[in-house]
Design a protein. Structure first.
Length: 391
């Protein structure tokens, strides 16, 4: 509850008039001062009344690509059966406010207000809560309260169509190179026995031939085959818009992977958690795994530039976990100091593509183990991606 400038003047003037009236013997001044203080007291009682409002908030849709329409709908209901509500209301939408007309909201009635949610930029837009201000008719005092909850709108980066998607080189159980179903455990190689290995994995025929205990080593072919590493270091992008292009390129690759029913993983250089959670994978019909791209795009919407340099830690995680066989590195830094460590992941990741956004002239033409795509924006990245001769 906050007094207005008029309210402060009326209250202060009333006190002065009462004091002057009693001091100099002018009862008329004291009466005027008493009326002013009475008006202030009535304003306090009027503003202190808490309206019985219920707010229902609907956002449709709550996940959109950048530039697509999104509508916020508010239904405000006056729960009082006797008193009409005369209020000033504003709803918060991101960093802006939207006026909500609640003048003379009659008892047991509601009003519906719809307005567009801004989706011009990638990010997470929070809408709400509804801020309601109640002022007395004289404008002496105002009380602001919030009603209803909040909602969030994920504005995903725009994706560009990609025609070519690497299928990976996972080995099937019969030794052929193909795209095996997710969830299989596949024989990979033989290695020497170490303490702790299960004896049921010992390959006795090879052990008898060479005179050493040899055990079978298996790989889990359910691991994602396509890994997108998004560089979110603030120092890697001389122009902030280049990071937006990198996010659009990441979305394009992920959407194309889902279209081809390929598992994918999104990693951010600044992420503290270890990769491989795979919360974006769900079970489809007949127990088959399918990929849900929505959580990945949500992470892209939430991605922000961070200070510091954690690229080395991210590369170490990739080397340790080996999430797939195709790595897509998206950055704004084309320096050899950043690209060379990524190229060192080859042949652990047989296919490595680096998309560098910004000035192509500052990017080295060749980096060992990496196919470098130096492009100015996401649309050019999509064209260069489809222009690769083979994966």
């Amino acid at each position: 509850m906050k007094p207005t400038g008029r309210g402060l003047a009326v209250t202060g003037g009333g006190a002065v008039l009462i004091g002057a009236g009693f001091t100099f013997g002018y009862p008329e001044l004291a009466v005027l001062g008493a009326v002013a203080l009475l008006a202030a007291a009535c304003a306090l009682a009027y503003a202190a009344w808490r309206p019985r409002l219920s707010v229902t908030r609907t956002v449709e849709p709550d996940r959109v690509a950048r530039g697509q329409p999104c509508t916020q709908t508010l239904v405000v209901h006056n729960g009082s059966r006797l008193v009409a509500a005369t209020l000033i209301a504003q709803d918060r939408c991101g960093g802006a406010t939207v006026a909500v007309p609640l003048i003379r909201l009659r008892p047991a009635r509601d009003t519906t207000v719809s307005y567009p949610v801004p989706t011009a930029r990638r990010g997470v837009v929070q809408v709400g809560p509804l801020s309601v201000t109640r002022r007395d008719p004289l404008g002496l005092l105002g009380a602001r309260r919030t009603h209803g909850g909040t909602a969030r709108v994920w504005v995903h980066p725009r994706s560009h169509p990609l025609a070519a998607v690497p299928a990976g080189i996972a080995r099937s159980l019969d030794g052929r190179i193909d795209r095996v179903p997710h969830g299989n455990i596949t024989f990979d190689a033989l290695r020497q026995y170490v303490i702790g290995d299960e004896l049921r994995r010992v390959h006795w025929r090879t052990t008898a031939r060479i005179g050493e205990l040899m055990v079978r080593e298996y790989v889990d072919t359910s691991l994602p085959r396509l890994v997108v590493l998004l560089d979110d270091r603030a120092g890697a992008y001389p122009q902030p818009d280049d990071f937006e292009h990198a996010c659009e390129a990441a979305a394009s690759v992920l959407v194309a992977a889902v279209r081809e029913d390929l598992a994918a993983e999104l990693l951010l250089v600044g992420a503290a958690s270890a990769p491989g959670t795979r919360e974006h994978q769900a079970m489809g019909p007949a127990g088959a795994r399918r990929v849900d791209v929505a959580p990945l795009l949500d992470r892209l919407a939430e991605a922000q530039l961070h200070p510091g340099d954690r690229l080395g830690a991210a590369i170490d995680r990739l080397r340790q976990y080996r999430l797939g066989d195709t790595l897509v590195y998206l950055t704004g830094s084309g320096s050899a100091e950043d690209l060379a460590p990524v190229g060192a992941l080859h042949p652990r990741y047989p296919t490595i593509v680096a998309g560098v956004f910004g000035d192509p002239a500052a990017v080295p033409s060749t980096v060992e183990g990496v196919r470098v795509l130096a492009v100015p924006d996401a649309a050019s990245f999509a064209a260069a991606w489809d222009g690769l001769e083979r994966w």
